[in-house]
Design a protein around this ligand. Structure first.
Ligand SMILES: [Zn+2]
Length: 82
């Protein structure tokens, strides 16, 4: 077989495996901890005693992962198309 073709197939398979693995991970674990508040949902004042809800995650402490966000978007588009 053409070595370039073999390399292309190997690369495609590797990419596919990574993509599928990432999709599966986003399906099982759709959230990641908010980076702004480290998943606590709170933003502490400099004194450390007062706090307010984190604006980035609305106090939930979780952020939707990029892969799941895209999946939700695509699902929404499909639902609208019906
Ligand atoms: Zn947050």
């Amino acid at each position: 077989m053409d070595p370039q073709l073999t390399a292309t197939i190997t690369l495609t398979l590797a990419l596919l495996t990574v993509t599928l693995g990432y999709s599966a991970a986003c399906w099982i674990w759709p959230f990641k901890a908010c980076r702004k508040c480290d998943g606590t949902g709170k933003r502490r004042s400099p004194s450390g005693r007062a706090f307010r809800l984190c604006r980035r995650c609305d106090g939930t402490g979780r952020r939707l992962r990029a892969g799941r966000w895209i999946y939700n978007r695509l699902n929404g588009i499909r639902r609208d198309a019906r």
